[in-house]
Design a protein around this ligand. Sequence first.
Ligand code: G6P
Length: 612
Amino acid sequence: MCGIVAYIGPKQAYPILIKGLQRLEYRGYDSAGVALLNDELRLFKTKGKVSKLKEFLNGQHLPGTIGIAHTRWATHGEPNQINAHPHFSQSKSLAIIHNGIIENYALIKEELIKRGYKFESDTDTEVLVNLIEDIRNNEGVLLDEAVRLALNQVVGAYAIVVLSKDHPNTLIAARKGSPLVIGIGKDDYHVASDATPIIEYTKDVVYLEDEEVAIITRNQELKIKSIKNKDKTPYIQQLEWNLAELEKGGYEHFMLKEINEQARSIRDSMRGRLKAREGIVALGGVKEYEQKILKANRIIIVACGTSWHAGLVGEYLFEDLARIPVEVEYASEFRYRNPIINENDVIIAISQSGETADTLAAIELAKKKGATILGICNVVGSSIPRATHAGSYTHAGPEIGVASTKAFTAQVTILTLMALRMAQMKGTIPRTRFMHLLHSLDILPDKVEEMLEDDSVVRLIAEEFKDAGNFLYLGRGYNFPVALEGALKLKEISYIHAEGYPAAEMKHGPIALIDENMPVVVISPYVGIYDKVVSNIREVKARNGKVIAIVTKGDTTVKDIADYVIEIPKTEEILVPILATIPLQKLAYYIAILRGCNVDQPRNLAKSVTVE
Ligand code: G6P
């Protein structure tokens, strides 16, 4: 969702800003713009992709060593050129870029209109920049002070960068509830909404905290203060990701690259945490909280989207292995339904980006009620890990494709490690079984690798069903969340309507939809209540549905009934979700490609949903 890039230093800003916007394209957006300051403060924006903005500016002389740029995902006002950022203040001496939502913008706007301000756009952002201008003019204060005072009046979320015609050597940045990172170069500064546009220039970064204002001045040290005017000492951290991880590395799409990286990403998520032969599972980040989890009334997992599906697998894992009661909640529902939580509850917040606004709000709510909050996140230094008491990073590496793939399998890997550790501490599974599960987990990446080698069957199935109007995905037990995730992947990137259902629940509704045109994907590995799932497949076949089954290698029963089978290597029931999800990711990918869809940036979706 919305991307921010800003630069100040000795180099020409425009190429850096455009490249930065391209790095942020994965977040999802519908218009783009840039403001550059040389002698004049100039602003350019277009509806649509960054490439369109680039094309529009092609051949123009665009000097300036300070500038701001933005990709906008529309919230207030339709996605058009006028509503695109940056926005000028009325006098055109200030320009602003903004992520987030100013909730009381209408009231402030009314007040400003009375004071003679006129507005061109429908955005809350234009209101904010005029408020800053009004304060600066009327209070006679410096720019940073005007920004600080203005931010004291706004309710809502923001990450902003302000550029002023009268201050060619300064950028003012601030955040609340929406991320902002400042990269500190040798003689320059980069600002961005996440680290991806910064990595190629510097690894030293400062993550702004909520309600902090940064005064970024050419050739001077970074200054940070709170919006309550307290000086803060910048805390410089090192970025761990490298540039190669942000490139497609020979693949046509990030999504395919990320699907194919999963043997590595699962291994990395276990590295140093699993010593199978010694019987050791150690998650350093949550060690201090292990007793708390053991004694918890229950675990509540909060998340959104694909991370919520990982949470559902977590529910099966914790209850089955460690006998700890678990509830899994959509963060967006949890935060508004007055949940009963107390200090004996442990919340696990799962998020790839670490920035999802609803998940963050759910954390804040549970924290206020005294619960212990743990996080499972992928992006180091992002907001959720900083809001939690402790947690484990997934180490999947940057995920750029909007549809989450390797982050999901890494999240499930961490949940498996956590549940196994709890089971070990509680003694809820026999030692021999525990050791066997550790061994199976240890060799799982090899099985993933083996599975990724050949996707000819999946491609064939994709070809066959690319024109389907609907899909049904069925699974039971550990594989019910896999059915949900498979359906989500398909609808996200191919725009085919798809529903995931617990297989047995099909007869209470979806069965009415089944005819010879309905492809039904059934996750039916040879584990758990296999026979029951086979019966569900027969129910589909009896109504002429087309069955695509995910089966354990060597299975013959399902092979005889299903129209198509995709084989996965044999593994333990608790580990099947990781293996079974991967061919479903590929199926969605190939169908979307055959339908000519933009798989890395599907319409209307954002990678990082920073507004509620
Ligand atoms: C968006 C993304 C999904 C993701 C969800 C939750 O909808 O498009 O891929 O699963 O947000 O994001 P998070 O970063 O919290 O895992």
